[in-house]
Design a binder for this molecule. Structure first.
Ligand SMILES: Cc1cc2nc3c(=O)[nH]c(=O)nc-3n(C[C@H](O)[C@H](O)[C@H](O)COP(=O)(O)OP(=O)(O)OC[C@H]3O[C@@H](n4cnc5c(N)ncnc54)[C@H](O)[C@@H]3O)c2cc1C
Length: 442
């Protein structure tokens, strides 16, 4: 393989953000008559979709408590809708099903979705929620649910297929994607990046885009950015806050025919996300699993070949976290028996059809690491003058539209949608509001 010696725009990472940014940079350059895909090079140490984008559950939703996230997601959902076949997108909708402790917060999400024209329905009160859910799934039986937010847009996409579709689009614009090239450092000139060092030799460049998902910690260090920062939360200044921490996402697949989860009228169902505070018991032996707030999500998926989904991630509490080997190949960060017992019992808590089905759980390695920011929301910003970092705090498969906004920012068109995600928000205390959800990304 011949490694190019120069690229006007060099993108590190062939996941959703690198590919989307490359594709949009090419289109924007062409539209402006200032260049095209030949100016864009994407490098990846492994391959297309080798990171989080290739193992993501693929859920696409708008349900965020933070106004800035909702507006950004509405933009991204519109990009999924524009290219459903190429992106292997299934617009089945999404349901946030919640207990009373989350009622007020979800009600405000619904109101603000209406305000931005994002189609959803909101059902309140325990009896009405049961009736609404049984209208979709006759066997619905979750207890203690007092609100249902049903987003008519969104749904899910097939992880690797969508990334291959996006890569195809980028290549069709003339973007070069080179795999098997690992970035090992940066050269600077006058404070700006002048070249990227790789294991195959240096590549001179005018502009760098970083979209490396869970590997952001290593690139952050290569750029001499601070491992710990000052953050102002609720008027209190905290020093030495770790910039990156890792959570392990727990996901798996129940090996039933995906058609098993069809709705009463025989359609493919919306993605179901349930948070609950009713005690959760094992559906096999009746033992208590948790009496604290818990949550799961699931959808039938023909590529995972079953009903696939997940539960809350757990924090990885150690100093040196081995990102590689990544995902299912990791000996450390894949799901274990606790997840299987919890998730399968929670499925049965929600729908009778899943009772006693945990023996059908597919015992293959699944789950994977994500790198999270101090407030669990993305950082989209320029560092070292000419290095754009897209760090989505690991809930960004759905954020496919960010690349379009980033491409325009790089070419001199600032984006109001990206502004709330600047790095300076930590020091300035402009953090996003926090929801009562048991998930860090809601
Ligand atoms: C199990 C799991 C389930 C998820 N489910 C969802 C979901 O349902 N919905 C959702 O919105 N989000 C989900 N996410 C989060 C989402 O997958 C990520 O936020 C998103 O895919 C990150 O995209 P990325 O392009 O930044 O990085 P990645 O997709 O991780 O791509 C980064 C690429 O950078 C390459 N790379 C890294 N370091 C280097 C280097 N030094 N040199 C060259 N190349 C390098 C890697 O090989 C990799 O291919 C999930 C994440 C996980 C782990």
């Amino acid at each position: 393989m011949s490694v190019p010696s120069h690229a006007k725009f060099l993108i590190i990472g062939a996941g959703v953000h690198g590919l989307s940014t490359g594709y949009h940079l090419a289109r924007e350059l062409r539209a402006r008559g200032t260049g095209g895909g030949a100016d864009v090079l994407i490098v990846d140490k492994t391959g297309i979709a080798a990171g989080a984008s290739g193992i993501a559950c693929g859920v696409i939703r708008n349900n965020y408590f933070q106004p800035a996230m909702r507006e950004l997601m509405a933009h991204s959902v519109s990009m999924w809708e524009r290219n459903p076949e190429v992106l292997s997108y299934h617009p089945v909708g999404y349901m946030q099903i919640s207990p009373e402790v989350m009622h007020e917060g979800v009600a405000s999400i619904y109101e603000q979705q209406r305000a931005i024209g994002y189609t959803s329905e909101f059902i309140e009160g325990e009896a009405d929620c049961v009736a609404y859910m049984r209208g979709i799934f006759h066997d619905w039986q979750a207890r203690g649910i007092t609100s249902v937010l049903h987003e008519r847009k969104g749904g899910y996409a097939n992880n690797k297929t969508s990334m291959r579709g996006l890569a195809g689009r980028a290549r069709a614009e003339g973007v070069r994607i080179e795999t098997g090239i690992r970035v090992t450092g940066f050269r600077s000139s006058g404070g700006a990046i002048s070249a990227v060092e790789t294991d195959k030799g240096p590549i001179l460049t005018d502009y760098v885009v970083v979209g490396v998902g869970p590997w952001i910690g290593s690139i952050w260090a290569m750029l001499d950015l601070p491992p710990a920062i000052t953050a102002v939360r609720n008027g209190r200044t905290q020093h030495g806050v770790k910039m990156w921490r890792y959570l392990c996402l727990q996901e798996g697949t129940l090996g039933v025919d995906p058609n098993y989860q069809k709705t009463n009228d025989g359609r493919m169902p919306p993605v179901v996300h349930v948070d609950a505070d009713a005690p959760l018991y094992s559906d096999l032996d009746g033992s208590l699993i948790t009496d604290r707030l818990w949550g799961i999500y699931y959808k039938p998926d023909f590529l995972f070949n079953g009903v696939q989904g997940g539960a809350q991630p757990y924090a990885v509490d150690k100093e040196d976290v081995d990102i590689d080997p990544y995902g299912p190949e990791s000996p450390e960060f894949v799901v274990g028996e606790d997840f299987i017992r919890m998730w399968c019992s929670a499925l049965a808590f929600c729908q009778r059809r899943f009772e006693g089905k945990s023996p059908l759980y597919k015992r293959e390695p699944s789950g994977g690491l994500g790198a999270f920011t101090p407030d669990n929301f993305p950082v989209f910003d320029v560092f070292r003058q000419n290095c754009y970092i897209i760090a989505d705090s690991n809930h960004g498969y759905k954020m496919i539209g960010v690349g379009e906004l980033v491409a325009r920012e790089i070419l001199g068109e600032p984006s109001a949608l990206l502004r709330p995600f600047r790095f300076s928000r930590y020091a300035e205390g402009r953090l996003h509001p926090v929801s009562k959800s048991p998930f860090p990304w809601s």
